[in-house]
Write a protein that binds this ligand. Structure first.
Ligand SMILES: O=C(O)CCC(=O)C(=O)O
Ligand SMILES: [Fe+2]
Length: 343
């Protein structure tokens, strides 16, 4: 059976994926200076939408989730059951990783056909400017990379990331069950999204160093996430994440203590037959603080077929194998969804 890692590995990234050495520069280079409209910023408006914060122990949580999925495709959850001690450990391991000198981090640079390791964002080749960002991708065990980075001190990193991936998978599956129920999905469809063997996950660790000219560059340019659902921890309460809302523009997603951001991915847009929106988001940087985040992407088996739920009589997307969608996204980025649309 194919894995997510193989599905991504089939599409080598053509360009150099080495991030800048952020420790050694005091000025944003021309290669990383963006122009309008990419930099368009947010003007606060009293009618601006607020990203809902949903308490998962609230008996009405499912209704609030349905509402949030139908309007924004994004919400935050609290009382989700993930121990805060673990989240704190994840944060400190992320700081330990990105705090290494660039020569060390480059020892685990993603290979051109690889999906895991250190490097620039996967969306980088679709933009001609660089992003103020470095990332590290984990799918399953990160033992080899951790041993390379810390030959005598790798266990803490691996144990923490393993435990975190397990917790993320549990939470993602609980949320997927609620979201699928809110769509009246069949039990078979729920099993497809939440099977404990076949379902696929990836953990993306992100660092956005403090930036001498934050108004001229971007941490992560506008994109949608590919799989069904993403869980995101925004580290240290540092702002930066924004969602694009029709009619309001780029809207900040303020970190909530002990909360996770949940955002729907392209496969969920397909499964919901466009009932749930496509969720464009991006990350801005700031002058004084490093921002870190951990994003867990959750999807169905890569060999399975994704299609609008059987309850929709007029499907607006054609059915296709999940890894075929991953390859369309790797080649056509933001145009992938329109390529599978049908009347
Ligand atoms: O760092 C963030 O807040 C967002 C990260 C993100 O969108 C991603 O990794 O896909
Ligand atoms: Fe994202």
């Amino acid at each position: 059976m194919s894995t997510l890692s193989e599905a991504y590995g089939d599409y080598p990234i053509p360009s150099d994926i080495t991030p800048l050495d952020f420790n050694s520069i005091d000025k944003v280079p021309e290669t990383h200076i963006w122009s309008q409209p990419d930099l368009q910023t947010h003007q606060y408006h009293p009618q601006d939408p607020i990203i809902p914060v949903i308490d998962l122990t609230d008996p009405n949580a499912i209704d609030q989730i349905r509402q949030a999925c139908e309007t924004l495709g994004m919400f935050q959850v609290i009382n989700h059951g993930v121990p805060s001690v673990l989240v704190n450990k994840v944060e400190s391991e992320i700081r330990r990783l990105f705090g290494l000198p660039i020569q060390e981090k480059c020892k685990v640079l993603r290979s051109p056909t690889g999906a895991t390791g250190y490097g620039t964002a996967r969306i980088s080749p679709f933009y001609d400017k660089g992003m103020w960002h470095e990332g590290f991708t984990i799918m399953g065990s990160c033992l080899d990379d951790a041993k390379t980075l810390w030959p005598h001190d790798f266990q803490g990193f691996c144990d923490t990331m393993d435990a975190f991936q397990n917790q993320m998978k549990l939470l993602a599956h609980n949320l997927l069950r609620l979201i699928f129920q809110s769509l009246d999905a069949t039990q078979e469809e729920i099993n497809w999204a939440t099977s404990s063997h076949g379902s696929q996950g990836a953990l993306q660790l992100n660092s956005y160093p403090s930036c001498p000219n934050p108004d001229g560059t971007l941490g992560l340019a506008a994109h949608t996430d590919t799989l069904l659902l993403t869980l995101l921890h925004q580290g240290g309460g540092v702002n930066g994440l924004e969602i694009f809302v029709e009619g309001s523009g780029w809207t900040p997603v303020k970190p909530v203590e002990d909360g996770f951001v949940v955002n729907l991915g392209d496969l969920m847009h397909i499964f919901s037959n466009s009932k749930f929106p496509v969720v464009y988001h991006r990350v801005m940087v700031n002058q004084s603080k490093q921002r870190i985040s951990a994003a867990y992407f959750c999807g169905p088996p890569v060999e399975s077929v994704v299609a609008p739920s059987s309850k929709f009589r007029n499907p607006c997307f054609r059915p296709l194998v999940v890894k075929e969608y991953i390859s369309l996204k790797a080649k056509h980025f933001n145009k992938a969804l329109s390529l599978i649309g049908q009347e």
